[in-house]
Design a protein around this ligand. Structure first.
Ligand code: ADP
Ligand code: MG
Length: 236
């Protein structure tokens, strides 16, 4: 496929028994792009992230990283090739310090750049603090930091700002936008706060009932009647 596409899903399906959570989804995220992945609860956003990251395998469809078919690879193998996803907060070991957690996350990568990642995410001062003792907002930045060790080329983020205040989510979004630019990271971002999505995404894919409902630039998606009806409502 085109060399400018960083991560691609082709005809991705996912069944739970007889229920089709993903019904043949195509998605292609260009190198350096931040793509918002939005849609109502149950649309299949997390399931799509699971398929792209390799947590779910052996279903119809293909996943390509830089044009290479990685469909059969396990998450750790994909991670070594530069495809990372954010860890859920529950994956943090409460007793370990911020720095110790980053060291554990770096086992799969070479040249982790832990000091650099801590500095970028304003975690340096907390390096020796046990994760259980840091604030919720700091924990969400630690989640992002865990995914960023080794400077992945592609980052899949499933609601990284969940539970943050409006101000905190916008702070996180600014860090993400800035970092993606400077480190040339391609990002697929699941996010419910449309202000965040509209302000930092280059493009948006809208999922609805396991299918792509729409895809395009921010202005295009905001003006799309089907998207407004299915998801955005009148407020957007
Ligand atoms: N383990 C599971 N077993 C059965 N159905 C599931 C499971 N996980 C997700 N689903 C269903 O798949 C659909 C997509 O879920 P999900 O990807 O979590 O949606 P989203 O992240 O967009 O809210 C939903 O209808 C959900 O109920
Ligand atoms: Mg979800």
């Amino acid at each position: 496929m085109s060399a400018s596409i960083a991560i691609q899903g082709l005809g991705v399906e996912r069944r739970y028994g007889g229920f089709r959570a993903l019904k043949g989804v195509d998605i292609a995220v260009k190198r350096g792009e931040i793509r918002g992945l939005i849609g109502p609860n149950g649309a299949g956003k997390s399931t799509l992230i699971d398929v792209l990251s390799g947590r779910v395998r052996g279903q119809p469809g293909k996943v390509l990283l830089d044009g290479k078919d990685i469909s059969a690879l396990k998450p750790q193998e994909r991670r070594r090739l530069g495809l990372a996803r954010s860890f859920q907060r529950t994956n943090i070991f409460p007793a370990l310090s911020v720095e110790q957690q980053l060291r554990i996350a770096s086992w799969a990568v070479t040249d982790a750049g832990i000091e650099e990642v801590m500095a970028e995410l304003n975690l340096t001062a907390l390096a020796r603090t046990p994760a259980a003792e840091i604030s919720y907002g700091d924990q969400r930045r630690l989640d992002l930091a865990l995914a960023l060790v080794g400077r992945p080329s592609v980052l899949l983020l499933d609601e990284p700002a969940a539970g943050l205040t409006v101000e905190e989510s916008h702070g996180l979004a600014t860090i993400l936008r800035d970092l993606a630019n400077r480190w040339n990271v391609t990002v697929l971002l699941v996010e419910h706060d449309m202000q965040v999505v509209f302000s930092i995404c280059d493009g948006i894919t809208v999922l609805h009932l396991g299918q792509t409902l729409a895809e395009g630039g921010v202005a295009e998606i905001r003006a799309d009647k089907r998207v407004v009806t299915a998801y955005l409502g009148t407020e957007a």
